[in-house]
Write a protein that binds this ligand. Structure first.
Ligand code: OOG
Ligand code: MG
Length: 253
């Protein structure tokens, strides 16, 4: 099957919240082709009127790589349809088997078209916030190869952004807790994200430039989770508490 045909399959699985077998079981495709499938599947979303609002990194922490059995960093695209408002009440049936994870989000001040360095950060980034990502693999049993998950837009399904803070806020080693119905279910540090979440901004700039994806002004960069992700059920309150950055919350129904 062509990468375009595979993109249709993965897009429809997401659209209908119907899990599919791993694409790689019946089709051989490279990492480069996996990104092509992702791009085609997102193009289908754009055709339905969705807009690109940011990019995300995945597997930037050891905890996530170990949980999912993969070995490399990946990136995906975020659209306006995935943005979940703070304190929103989200219908779990919209998803296949959603999980939540604690993240840090950055606000892009100036379009990024090439790899940037630490010295460029002030020019390109205007804010940072605690965040929650909702991931939802379109593959049965949340099981995939690295190529599969890239093709599946890195399981992207939703994200909630907390209040913006100054980029001068130290974020190198902040406690990050994921709390479900009042119980701390995951606890980690922002340090788990590539040793320092700012490294995710650099990595996003490099990877997006490599694949010809501009990171637009006003868009978001999600750094990747600091801890493993946890399955969601209905009637839950999901909170992420990030030291210095406050609490981000939503609920499920
Ligand atoms: C892939 C997405 C990984 C992260 O923050 O590491 C990711 C998955 O775990 O299904 O979003
Ligand atoms: Mg994530």
């Amino acid at each position: 099957m062509s990468t375009k045909d595979l993109a249709k399959i993965i897009d429809e699985a997401a659209l209908n919240a119907k899990p599919i077998p791993q694409l790689s079981l019946e089709n051989e495709f490279s990492e480069k082709e996996a990104y092509e499938i992702q791009a085609y599947s997102i193009a289908r979303r754009y055709q339905r009127g969705e807009k690109l609002v940011g990019v995300k990194l995945g597997f930037t922490s050891k905890a996530k790589m170990v949980q999912m059995g993969v070995h490399d960093m990946i990136w995906g695209r975020l659209t306006d349809k995935m943005l979940v408002g703070r304190n929103a009440n989200v219908l779990v049936e919209k998803f296949i088997h959603p999980r939540a994870e604690p993240e840090i989000c950055f606000l892009v001040k100036k379009e990024i078209t090439q790899e940037i360095s630490r010295d460029d950060i002030k020019e390109y980034i205007s804010g940072l916030a605690g965040a929650i990502e909702i991931i939802d693999s379109r593959y049965q049993n949340f099981k995939f190869s690295l190529e599969d998950v890239i093709a599946d837009n890195c399981s992207s399904a939703g994200f909630v952004i907390g209040k913006w803070h100054s980029i001068d806020t130290p974020i190198g080693d902040l406690k990050m807790d994921l709390i479900i119905n009042g119980e701390v279910v995951q606890s980690g540090s922002s340090k788990a994200i590539l040793g320092d979440p700012w490294e995710s901004v650099i990595a996003a700039s490099r990877l997006c430039a490599q694949y010809g994806q501009v990171i637009p002004t006003g868009s978001y960069i999600m750094a990747g989770a600091a801890t493993s992700a946890v399955f969601l059920e209905k009637d839950q309150t999901i909170k992420v508490e990030v030291e210095s950055l406050g609490t981000i919350q939503f609920s499920t129904k």
